[in-house]
Design a protein around this ligand. Structure first.
Ligand code: ATP
Length: 246
């Protein structure tokens, strides 16, 4: 695994009108890593991912991706750079088939990528998510919650991400299904070499698959370290007080 910085967030602050959601946040992700961003409800996790993917603009600070300053760049341009965001609540196209949902994932580079490459990516995705291959013609909205989450991640993979931002992929899933989804996230890195920045509320489960993590609280990074360091840090658990630590 080469230790080259793929993403660097430097002193970023983000506000929604008078509400400051992020305050001077710095975070980096090396190529090949799985990094967990942990924190309670309302801590600023989604805001951070939306800022990286160009949906929100920071009031101060910089975002560097593959050595290029992408601060304030529009979201479509960022997708073209293979920085792909799988948002929370899955957001698949529920009245379209599984197959069409996957083709839409490849849409942004259809003009520049040939049909064979798209089919090859589809086959790789089906190897990792065989349930999607079995259910190709099923409407997305009729799949179970866990299957829809797999479809959302698989659609993201069709865009050939160098960096995949995953916003709470286990949200609302039963514990056993959530475990399966997180194991698939780990397999993505193993099979595709994809670098992943993962938002999770489930501290233990996410640190089991991540290399490192950051803890965010009230818009500020309060802790960072290897997964082992964070798992054994009493202050980290305290940041979750009032919330279930699984
Ligand atoms: P959750 O896990 O509940 O999604 P989160 O850690 O992702 O939480 P954010 O959604 O980033 O947190 O929210 C950070 C802060 O910004 C919260 O105080 C939230 O109320 C506020 N916030 C988020 N979106 C908006 C918005 N569109 N308008 C105003 N305030 C917002």
């Amino acid at each position: 695994m080469s230790q080259q910085k793929l993403l660097e967030i430097i002193n970023c602050s983000v506000s929604y009108g008078p509400i400051q959601a992020l305050n001077n946040v710095s975070l980096s992700v090396e190529r090949g890593e799985v990094v967990a961003l942990l924190g309670a409800n309302g801590a600023g996790k989604t805001t951070l991912l939306q800022t990286v993917s160009g949906l929100l603009r920071p009031t101060t600070g910089q975002i560097i991706y593959q050595g290029t300053d992408i601060t304030g760049m529009n979201a479509e341009k960022i997708v073209e750079k293979h920085l792909i965001h799988v948002p929370e609540h899955r957001q698949i196209f529920s009245t379209m088939t599984v197959l069409d949902n996957l083709y839409l994932g490849a849409y942004h580079h259809r003009r520049s990528t040939n049909k064979q490459t798209i089919e090859a990516n589809m086959n790789k995705v089906f190897e990792l998510f065989p349930i999607l291959s079995d259910r190709k013609e099923q409407l997305g909205g009729t799949m179970s919650g866990g299957q829809q989450q797999m479809l959302a991640i698989a659609r993201g993979m069709m865009a050939e991400p160098d960096l995949l931002l995953l916003d709470e992929p286990t949200l609302g899933l039963a514990p056993l299904i959530a475990k399966d989804v997180l194991e698939l996230v780990r397999d993505l890195r193993a099979q595709f070499g994809t670098t992943i920045l993962l938002i999770e509320q489930n501290l233990n489960a996410s640190l089991r698959i991540a290399d490192r993590g950051y803890v965010i609280s009230h818009g500020e990074i309060i802790k960072s370290g290897s997964s082992n360091e964070l798992l054994n840090d009493p202050e980290v658990k305290e940041a979750y007080l009032g919330h279930t630590v699984h």
